[in-house]
Write a protein that binds this ligand. Structure first.
Ligand code: HEC
Length: 277
């Protein structure tokens, strides 16, 4: 018997008196947790040497083969009063052969902030697309477009109608140099950038002031009683007389404006004379 016990390892589970296995070391064995209840257990290993001394080692562990349990509405040591709604869910036991993820998702309504965020994003993208939407020149000057929008070129002067490309240069330059502030539709941005449609400078018979503003810029002047903190940058360095004339004529014949157009020579005279302001 003594010989039997020496150099043997006995493995006990929890408080059981009988070892679940006895081996001669070293040994590798398989603990089948599926036979155990979920919860806390202890594995106790007892080894005896030739002189009869015992070494004991206890290893606490936890088994979880059953489904995970999700509780909403109640936490450890919560203080409860009255009736408390509690949402329970269970998912994914280790013994389940087919794992259905949808059952792991505890049902909860989409939070309001997510809807608000979605709405904001959608509204912003719609606004952005509308802002960026530039009607192609060929289409913008076609009768179809003006028919639908009333914004086409049917107010253009005879001079421009005869040279369509000139109007296109003006529209293109306006789009690249001016529309970021005054907007493609010439409406500006209230309080930040003045509108150019139905504007007294843009529709004035005498274009001198109009030419000066494009060439030399403008700052700190109230327009129709509105102060604009931003400055209108000067364009005399970037744009030729011809280009300035094309832009001015685009402004003067777009968005319902119908004012006399200017020539590159007129622009050149103002450029030479300098800012009268
Ligand atoms: C950086 C923004 C910005 C850009 C780009 C810009 N402007 Fe302006 N523009 C302004 C601001 C701001 C004012 C008003 C300044 C003030 O009130 O002192 C203004 C004023 C004007 C005015 C005078 C309106 C009036 O009634 O006095 C005209 C005309 C004008 N801009 C045309 C243009 C044209 C044409 C271009 C392109 C070549 C252009 N702007 C580019 C910001 C801009």
């Amino acid at each position: 018997m003594a010989e039997n016990n020496s150099n043997l390892i006995h493995v006990y589970l929890d408080d059981e008196d009988e070892p679940i296995v006895s081996y001669r070391p070293p040994v590798r064995f398989e603990l089948d947790t599926t036979q155990l209840e979920d919860g806390h257990h202890t594995l106790k290993v007892v080894a005896t040497d030739a002189t009869g001394h015992k070494g004991v080692r206890s290893i606490p562990f936890e088994v979880r083969n059953g489904p995970g349990i999700d509780v909403e509405g109640l936490q450890d040591n919560d203080m409860l009063e009255g009736k408390v709604p509690i949402l329970l869910n269970a998912y994914g036991g280790a013994k389940e052969p087919f794992w259905e993820p949808s059952r792991a998702e505890t049902p909860a309504p989409v939070p309001t902030w997510a809807w608000v965020l979605l709405l904001v994003v959608v509204a912003w993208s719609a606004f952005y697309i509308a802002q960026q939407w530039n009607v192609p020149d060929e289409y913008a000057s076609s009768p179809t477009y003006s028919l639908f929008t009333g914004k086409g070129n049917n107010t253009q002067s005879a001079e421009q109608a005869s040279s369509g490309s000139k109007a296109n240069i003006g529209a293109t330059l306006y789009r690249t140099s001016c529309a970021s502030c005054h907007q493609g539709n010439g409406e500006g941005v209230p309080g930040a950038f003045p509108p150019l449609s139905d504007d007294s400078v843009v529709t004035a018979e005498d274009p001198t002031r109009h030419i000066e503003i494009i060439l030399f810029g403008m700052q700190g002047k109230a327009i129709d009683g509105v102060e604009y903190s931003a400055a209108m940058p000067p364009f005399s360095q970037q744009l030729s007389d011809k280009e300035v004339a094309a832009i001015i004529n685009h402004e003067r014949t777009s968005w319902g404006n119908n004012a006399p157009t200017v020539t590159a020579e007129q622009v050149q005279k103002v450029r030479v004379k300098g800012n009268s302001d």
